[in-house]
Design a protein around this ligand. Structure first.
Ligand code: FES
Length: 106
C-alpha cells in the first residue's frame, strides 16, 4: 500500500532543482523540471552519492560525481558509468496553482 507524504507546495520548488527528503525510512530525491515533479531514490547506483546534489535536466538528473544521467520515468541510467536503475516513486500534486500540495508516495 502506498503511503503519501506531503513535502511542500508547488512554489516551494523552483523548476530545475532537486531536494532531498527522508520519507518512510527512504532517502528520496524530489525533482522539479520542465515536465513536472518526479521522485527517485536519493542515491546514485554507481557510487551511492546523493543525486539531489546533481544537475536537473529536462529529461533526467545527472550525478555530480561521474556524470551518469538517470531517466526520471524509468530510473534507468541513460549514460555510463552507472548500469543499474534507481528506484522511482510516485508523486501527486493536489490543488491549483502555486499553492497546490506536492506529495510523494512510498
Ligand atoms: S557516483 Fe554517480 S555516476 Fe559515479
Amino acid at each position: 500500500m502506498t503511503t503519501w507524504t506531503p513535502v511542500g507546495k508547488v512554489n516551494d520548488f523552483a523548476i530545475g532543482t532537486a531536494k532531498a527528503f527522508e520519507l518512510e525510512g527512504e532517502a528520496v530525491c524530489l525533482i522539479r523540471n520542465s515536465n513536472g515533479f518526479h521522485a527517485v531514490a536519493d542515491a546514485c547506483t554507481h557510487g551511492a552519492v546523493s543525486l539531489s546534489e546533481g544537475t536537473v535536466t529536462d529529461e533526467g538528473i545527472e550525478c555530480f560525481l561521474h556524470g551518469s544521467e538517470f531517466n526520471l520515468e524509468t530510473g534507468e541510467p541513460k549514460t555510463p558509468p552507472a548500469t543499474t536503475a534507481i528506484e522511482v516513486f510516485k508523486v501527486q500534486v493536489e490543488g491549483d496553482g502555486d499553492n497546490a500540495v506536492v506529495s510523494v508516495g512510498i
